[in-house]
Design a binder for this molecule. Structure first.
Ligand code: SIN
Ligand code: FE
Length: 289
């Protein structure tokens, strides 16, 4: 298998020069890895590097596009400071994307920024929610009609623990393997799902197929073990980005990560033909949205 993770030696969030090759690499579904780029915390912010930073009633800490902090523990002052820390990461992530993918800027839609202070290895979840299994991102309640999920990640572990991922085979191979096993799309079922508010909007055939790939990968233990894959420990003090709806990925261990999601219409890519929507449309020979 061709290398799925490509290292880039930049040292600032706003590099002077970017390369067209990085764009092609990212849009091919690979991970761009920046070993010498770090999200730095102040001494005062380091008190948030504990699992207790999270309100135990929430799954995650997130800063909404509207600036509202959700899921954090602590008093008003602590929460303001945590919001500022997460907001600083958001700014840096946007600066980086603007610098290396300038054509996206106008078209990106900002999603919440999340801070994940929980230890990955002890999380217990159903197989479907278990991100320790290789998968491509697809969300049951939020159809996206082919809109891209671009994610910027930073490992800010203070004890030097890496965030260990597995990265699997290219998307077209995933699709070729799991599409034949996908349950057929049933329009009236999609109508029931949206009428009963299980989905926030009508689930398109594209969204159905992406969920089928997600579930097909996660539920196949033989695939999990034997699919072409590499294990990648992203060190503390590093950053990586990928299209998580396209890159086959799993998280095996780690604690303390920042994550910024940015949505991009597939037709605003440099090469729209590389998108999951284009790949699935080619393979099925049908309009999917
Ligand atoms: C995921 O997107 O599957 C999880 C990534 C992570 O928590 O490192
Ligand atoms: Fe994921």
């Amino acid at each position: 298998m061709e290398r799925q993770i490509v290292e880039i030696d930049i040292r600032t969030w706003q590099p002077d020069s970017a390369s067209a090759e990085w764009i092609t690499t990212l849009e091919a579904g690979k991970v761009l890895y920046f070993p010498h780029l770090a999200f730095n915390t102040s001494e005062s912010e380091r008190r948030f590097l504990t699992h207790a930073a999270r309100d135990p009633k929430s799954r995650n800490i997130s800063l909404g596009a509207d600036g509202k902090l959700k899921g954090a523990a602590g008093d008003a002052l602590a929460q303001r400071e945590m919001a500022a820390m997460i907001g600083r990461f958001r700014g840096q992530a946007q600066t980086l994307i603007g610098a290396i993918l300038p054509r996206y800027s106008e078209a990106l839609r900002l999603a919440p920024t999340s801070y994940r202070p929980m230890l990955v290895e002890t999380r217990t979840q159903s197989w479907r929610a278990d991100d320790r299994r290789l998968h491509v991102d697809a969300f049951p309640s939020r159809p996206n009609y082919g809109e891209r999920i671009l994610r910027v990640f930073a490992n800010l572990n203070p004890d030097g623990a890496p965030r260990v991922w597995r990265v699997g085979e290219p998307f077209d191979l995933v699709a070729q393997r799991f599409l034949p096993r996908a349950k057929p799309y049933v329009r009236w079922q999609a109508k029931v799902l949206s009428a009963s508010h299980v989905t926030k909007s009508f689930r398109s055939e594209y969204d159905h197929l992406m969920l089928q790939l997600h579930d097909g990968m996660k539920s196949d233990l033989d695939y999990q073990r034997n699919a072409a894959q590499v294990t990648m420990p992203f060190p503390a003090g590093s950053v990586w980005i990928c299209f998580s709806d396209q890159t086959s990925h799993a998280v095996m261990s780690g604690q303390y990560m920042m994550e910024q999601t940015l949505h991009l219409p597939a037709d605003r890519q440099y090469d729209p033909a590389s998108s999951p929507l284009a790949v699935l449309t080619r393979l099925t020979g049908r309009r999917l949205v």
